[in-house]
Design a binder for this molecule. Structure first.
Ligand SMILES: [Zn+2]
Length: 498
């Protein structure tokens, strides 16, 4: 006869529940005795670090085998109860099986229960000005022999010589007062960990992968924000991103001289986060710049050789044979002046070159790969350099204060290489670079002359390029589309020096 009262059913449930808990606890205890350390509270607080990730599967997987047996017994009893005549089965029996449910998940082990073997305490030490590791050891009562032992434990410990005030070192002492372990967060992304071993210390670096979040920012050149730097800052771009943006378009846009009111830009870029904190800007994914009514777009793409570069949406390289400015725009003082006067002649162009007003000593770059033809000084041009680029092109750089090291006739130079420094030698009232661009011996405007271009994406790679870049470009276009700039008419008639 099946005569089980609700009370006895509840009792059976309670008994098995207790049994399950006891088994789970015992199994965890066994594991600890077997020599596997439990996670220290320290590591538990850092969910992104390695220790924790290793421990979690252990903790969850372990008690399962024991609980399976318990669950089987309970299941059998539940089946028996279910087989009872309906009128003898009171409603209260239902919770029997339910009361078992929470038991397969024993309480998580964080924080560790009181019976855990206590770990030696960690002390966080903030590096003071003029501190060294030996001073920190002394202050914390650690033996100098341990410092020696630590510093000879491998090349990884070298970075401990470069600790900076404000950084934090975590030290762990053992019961003998020796250094047991040390942690040094060198950056938000990596931490040096040294643990005492038989011979010296085991040293390794824990690294955290930052979470990359895509951001979009946009800005516009105005009378109050006349340079890329001003407009970029106002848009919330870091110095680093402003420089990256200028680099992307440095072959098409003269950020030093050609910016106009109404010029606008948009940048899609990555930001790196660790534990919800932004730690740095990542790379630019795509960008757009509108200069004098003409829009340039660029998208980042890693080619099959692993090289990351920027291309137009059609797959053409943005690189060209010549940079627009042979001086970095951030040094040029007349960065926004559509009706610029010649600094010496005080009249509108035309004169046969482009003038960049910048402080004496500002580096001057070779605008393209080439060969040094002339390095000389005369009354009119002062110190000047002439470069030859292939058969057709010549560039000239005048009024330099000095030449860069190793710049001599016959030497080859690379695009962007410093060849000299801005000055006011020769006929110049103030420091500036006078730059000339000649095609087949005739002065030309480098902004409008047709130039050879770098290799585009090959036909074979075209499909892969489009598949890879389309989502990014779609995002950029959509975000730019949502941006409304108080449209200032572009002014193609504005004078440009030639
Ligand atoms: Zn000039």
């Amino acid at each position: 006869m099946w005569k089980i009262s609700p009370r006895s059913i509840a009792l059976i449930g309670a008994v098995f529940g207790t049994l399950a808990r006891a088994l789970a606890r015992a199994s965890i205890h066994d594991r600890r005795v077997a020599g596997r350390p439990l996670p220290r509270p320290r590591d538990m607080a850092r969910p992104s670090r390695r220790f924790y990730e290793v421990q979690v599967p252990d903790m969850q997987a372990y008690p399962k085998t024991h609980l399976k047996a318990v669950a089987a017994i309970i299941f059998a009893i539940t089946v028996l109860i279910a087989a009872m005549p309906a009128e003898e089965r009171p409603a209260q029996t239902v919770p029997v099986s339910l009361s078992i449910e929470p038991e397969p998940k024993p309480a998580p082990i964080a924080p560790p229960p009181a019976e855990v073997v206590p770990e030696d305490p960690w002390v966080d030490v903030t590096v003071r000005p003029a501190d060294s590791l030996s001073r920190i050891f002394e202050r914390n009562g650690l033996p100098p022999a341990d410092l020696q032992r630590l510093m000879t434990s491998g090349p990884g410990t070298k970075t401990l010589k470069r600790i900076m005030p404000g950084q934090v070192l975590s030290l762990q002492k053992n019961e003998s007062g020796q250094l047991q372990a040390l942690r040094y967060s060198r950056s938000p992304l990596d931490t040096l960990v040294a643990t005492r071993a038989d011979h010296g210390f085991d040293v390794f670096v824990e690294t955290v992968e930052p979470e990359l979040i895509t951001s979009f920012k946009t800005g516009r050149i105005t009378a109050n924000l006349p340079s890329l730097y001003h407009a970029g800052k106002y848009a919330g771009l870091s110095d680093n991103l402003i420089m990256q943006l200028a680099q992307i378009f440095q072959w098409d846009v003269s950020f030093a001289l050609d910016l106009r009111q109404g010029d606008a830009f948009g940048v899609l870029f990555e930001e790196a986060y660790v534990d919800g904190q932004k730690i740095k800007d990542g790379k630019i994914l795509a960008a757009q710049f509108t200069n004098s009514g003409r829009t340039y777009k660029a998208v980042s793409y890693v080619d099959n050789s692993g090289q990351r570069d920027f291309y137009t949406p059609e797959g053409a390289s943005l690189r060209k044979a010549f940079l627009r400015d042979p001086v970095h725009f951030s040094y040029v003082s007349s960065s926004f002046n559509p009706n610029r006067l010649h600094p010496v002649h005080k009249r509108r162009m035309p004169h046969r070159g482009i003038d960049y007003a910048a402080r004496t000593g500002t580096p001057v770059f070779a605008s393209g790969d080439g060969k040094v033809m002339i390095v000389r000084q005369n009354n009119a041009s002062g110190k000047y350099i002439v470069l030859q680029h292939g058969e057709q092109y010549t560039t000239k750089y005048l009024h330099l204060s000095k030449f860069a090291k190793g710049i001599r006739p016959g030497k080859t130079v690379r695009q962007g290489q410093t060849i000299g420094y801005v000055g006011a030698t020769g006929w110049a009232t103030g420091p500036h670079l006078h730059y000339e661009f000649l095609v087949n011996g005739v002065h030309r405007n480098p902004a409008t002359v047709r130039l050879p271009k770098a290799k585009p994406i090959t036909v074979a790679r075209r499909a892969a390029f489009e598949a890879s870049t389309a989502p990014t470009l779609l995002k950029l276009n959509s975000l730019m589309g949502h941006t409304t700039f108080a449209g200032l008419p572009s002014d193609p008639a504005s004078s440009r020096d030639g």
